[in-house]
Design a protein around this ligand. Structure first.
Ligand code: PLP
Length: 435
């Protein structure tokens, strides 16, 4: 029987979200050229997923809860299969890890355990932003997980220009003024101060301190997303915004995706903010109410594994990832070595024609090219040269990074780095000759 019911792409509320097109395009390229060497993915290496220890870690966590509650460990273990507390069951352990690794002093009550950092962003954007009124400020380029989500929710985005040290504060002040003059509210600035995705840059200490002071003056919240900060290869760690925040204006997003594994989908929000009304309400409790309607709770088995891992490492994620850091640093060094070899020593390119930053940690590096590198070049490079790279424009709101690509060195074999960079150099060289 014929049906009158028809649903087309344009009927879907998010059909025009540009970030979805980007993700789709990348999946298509990766799917079409599965044998290509990919510098595109910011995944952590599977070699570090200690899956065989998960049952022991669940037991360790169950024993920990049992010793605190007096309940039989078997009862505790069974309860992990049940619906759970919306705010989470590993909050105290996460608070302790933040204290040890980041000098952030929050309590378990200030923490909401989420399904990865991505759900943390969902809760923050849906909980704090009034559509059509509140504006999300971002640096450009930035993580498309947040800009894409803002598009899906219909939240306005305004770009704050950056310099080498981080977001420019003069620009922040003038943009906020314009936003207020237009009758809207600059609600929060989203930043990744350490080894950001996509640039691999970090914000200077002076800029962190000044940003906190300016944001406070503007009544602006700061959303600090920190998936990569602990992956530092050299030099002294800089304090997170959250650890410098004496006013409680920083909402901190953490995740175990890169440090333990993304398949567990465990992340969190840390905020000690109390709402300014007569009844004493924590922001974390209000965000938890939204979570109860979005995902009910984060899987308790996954939380128990994370809890067990934390207990095993005395709550120090830094301690846990010490071997990972050695490996990622090795990959970064190899990448730098082959970039130098192919783009400088080889003599195939003029001095300074191709340049890159040297990230002190994290998963990403950015290359400046003498040619445009967008969708068609991504496809051509994958098809003809067997290498997949990420155009930086994919992460850009203003699309001003035509000649830049992001290379990720986290999810690639050592041997592939040499071959991949050589092929990339061949591709760039061919395009240059043709231009
Ligand atoms: C800056 C940034 N934030 C958040 C995430 C997502 O993390 P999760 O897997 O915890 O959702 C990523 C993942 O690549 C990221 O790069």
């Amino acid at each position: 029987m014929e049906s009158n019911f028809k649903l087309s792409l344009s009927d879907l509320s998010f059909s025009s979200t540009p970030e979805l097109k980007v993700m789709n395009f990348l999946n298509e390229v990766a799917g079409e050229f599965p044998a290509a060497i990919s510098f595109a993915s910011g995944r952590p290496l599977e070699a570090f997923f200690d899956v065989s220890k998960w049952f022991d870690q669940i037991e360790l966590f169950a024993n920990h809860i049992s010793s605190k509650s007096g309940l039989d460990p078997q009862v505790v273990t069974k309860q992990l299969g049940q619906y759970g507390r919306t705010k989470g069951i590993i909050n105290d352990l996460v608070a302790e890890s933040l204290r040890l690794d980041e000098k952030v002093t929050v309590t378990g009550d200030d923490i909401v355990i989420t399904n990865g950092a991505q759900e943390a962003m969902v809760l923050i954007l849906s909980g704090l932003f009034v559509k059509g009124v509140d504006v999300l400020l971002v640096t450009d380029p930035t993580y498309i997980g947040i800009t894409g989500l803002a598009s899906v929710f219909g939240i306005d985005i305004v770009v704050i220009e950056s310099d080498d040290e981080g977001p420019r504060l003069d620009c922040l002040q003038s943009k906020c003024k314009h936003i207020y003059e237009a009758g809207k509210v600059a609600k929060a600035l989203y930043v990744i101060p350490d080894f950001n995705n996509p640039m691999g840059h970090s914000m200077s200490l002076a800029r962190r301190e000044a940003l906190l002071s300016v944001a406070d003056g503007l009544s602006l919240m700061l959303i600090e997303d920190n998936p990569y900060g602990l992956f530092r290869f050299e030099n002294t760690a800089l304090p997170t915004l959250k650890s410098l925040d004496s006013k409680g204006i920083v909402i901190y997003i953490g995740t175990f995706s890169k440090t333990i594994c993304p398949g567990l989908r465990v992340g969190y929000i840390a905020t000690e903010l109390w709402l300014d009304d007569n009844e004493k309400r924590r922001l974390s409790d209000e965000l938890t109410k939204i979570k109860s309607l979005i995902s009910v709770n984060t899987g308790q088995v996954a939380q128990a594994i994370v809890g067990g891992v934390l207990l095993e490492h005395n709550c120090s994620v830094k301690h846990l990832i010490a071997p990972n850091i050695i490996r990622y640093k090795k990959n970064r060094d190899l990448l730098l070595h082959y970039l130098e070899e192919e783009f400088i020593s080889s003599g195939r390119f003029k001095t300074g024609e191709v340049s890159w930053n040297i990230p002190e940690g994290g998963f990403f590096i950015v290359i400046k090219l003498p040619i445009s590198f967008n969708e068609s070049e991504t496809y051509e490079c994958a098809q003809d040269y067997n290498v997949i790279c990420m155009p930086l424009n994919f992460f850009s709101v203003n699309k001003q990074y035509d000649r830049y690509i992001r290379l990720s060195y986290s999810y690639i074999d050592e041997e592939e780095i040499a071959v991949g960079i050589r092929s990339l150099a061949d591709f760039i060289s061919k395009k240059l000759l043709a231009s």
